[in-house]
Design a binder for this molecule. Structure first.
Ligand code: FEO
Length: 170
């Protein structure tokens, strides 16, 4: 059985994963209407799907443990961007926020001696290491490329490999 505070914190994480899914969907849509960003658009469509899976996994766990997973109300995410660089900076910032939130949840499980939830969250801890690493790599690459058009072409062409190399599907 989940404590009241654990239930509230897990439902808060459900909301954050749902908001991540929406934020990345907005990035995908914006990229799709820019000329030449088809690969990046596909990357964020897949990333958005993945965040939805993160949300669902949490919801199923909450209900399985005797809580009630709440479908959250969400604000509209940022839908337009100054450029790729600022969009990818937002992406990294967003992942860092998610990592902090997961860490706080893990901290709560230890304070409450809720070892089942602690065990469940380890998957998210590993996932966040991977997600932050990928976001950093992409930001570093963009920094290196700068305004070089052929570099951006290759970035767009190769971005899905970042996911595939990390063992992500689709
Ligand atoms: Fe599920 Fe990328 O946070």
């Amino acid at each position: 059985m989940l404590s009241e505070s654990m239930l509230a914190s897990l439902n808060n994480q459900v909301k954050l994963e749902a908001a991540s899914s929406q934020a990345y969907l907005a990035m995908a849509s914006w990229c799709e209407i820019q000329p030449g960003y088809d690969g990046i658009a596909e990357y964020f469509f897949q990333q958005s799907e993945e965040e939805r899976v993160h949300m669902l996994k949490l919801m199923r766990f909450i209900n399985e443990r005797g809580g009630f997973a709440l479908v959250p109300a969400l604000e509209q995410p940022i839908v337009t961007f100054k450029g790729l660089k600022s969009m990818f900076e937002d992406f990294l910032k967003h992942e860092m926020t998610v990592s902090n939130s997961i860490n706080e949840l893990v901290d709560l499980t230890l304070r409450e001696k809720d070892y089942a939830t602690h065990n469940f969250l380890q998957w998210y801890v590993s996932e966040q290491i991977e997600e932050e690493k990928n976001a950093r790599i992409l930001n570093d690459k963009l920094e290196m490329i700068g305004e070089d058009k052929s570099g951006l072409y290759l970035f767009d062409r190769d971005i899905l490999n970042t996911r595939n190399n990390a063992g992500k599907k689709g």
